[in-house]
Each structure stands twice: as C-alpha cells, then as structure tokens.
Design a protein. Structure first.
Length: 126
C-alpha cells in the first residue's frame, strides 16, 4: 500500500523533531543518529530544506566540513531554483492583476532575503 502525503508528513515531522533533539547533544553517536534521521526525511522529501540545514549543522558539529558544505550547497541550489521559478511565473503573468504581481514580487524578495541569511549562516559555519 502506497503511503499518503499526510502519512509522509507525519513521519517527516516525527523524524525531524527527534533529529533536532539528537543533534543538540554533544555525543557524536547521537549526532550521527540525527544525520541518519535527516537522511530518512530526505528520502521522503528531497526538497525539505530544514532537513538539509539540520544535516549540515550536524556534520559541521562533527567537524565534517566538506559534508556540511554539500548540505548547505543543496539548500542554496533549491532556494535559487525556487526564486527562478517564481520569477518566471512573475514575468509570465502578463494577464495577472497588479495585486497578484505584487504578491509574487513580495515572495521573490522574501526568498532573496532567505538566501542572504542562508549564505551568512553558511559562511559562519565554514
């Protein structure tokens, strides 16, 4: 039986909450277990940016900067793809109302701010 979207969301939420708690530990085994949980989340939803971020922070905590960098690069790639997609939607929306265009423009600006924040966090962890 194929699992539903809601079932996956419940599993993701449970794994994510547990991974966060384990990653707070100073015990390397707990941190490694949090990474395993983040991997399980990413199998269910490869675009789940919070899992990539948590995994990157966990790798950083273990001193595995190359693996942490890969996780943060994944976040940036996904955010940039989302921005590109929104911009394409914005420019294709010639028949949209000014209000709809303003909403899309606001979302693009918010995403750009997120990108700046993620880049700052990324540089801080390097």
């Amino acid at each position: 039986m194929k699992s539903s979207y809601n079932d996956n969301q419940l599993v993701i939420s449970a794994y994510y909450n547990l991974a966060i708690e384990l990653a707070r530990s100073n015990n390397p085994d707990d941190i490694k277990e949090s990474i395993r949980l983040y991997d399980q989340i990413l199998k269910l939803d490869p675009n789940y940016k919070n899992a990539w971020h948590g995994k990157g922070k966990a790798y950083s905590k273990l001193g595995e900067t190359e693996k942490a960098t890969h996780c943060f690069d994944e976040i940036m790639s996904k955010i940039n793809s989302a921005i590109d997609s929104l911009q394409e939607t914005f420019f294709a929306a010639r028949d949209k109302s000014l209000e709809e265009k303003a909403k899309i423009s606001e979302i693009v600006q918010q995403l750009k701010e997120i990108v700046k924040e993620e880049q700052w966090q990324y540089k801080k962890l390097r």
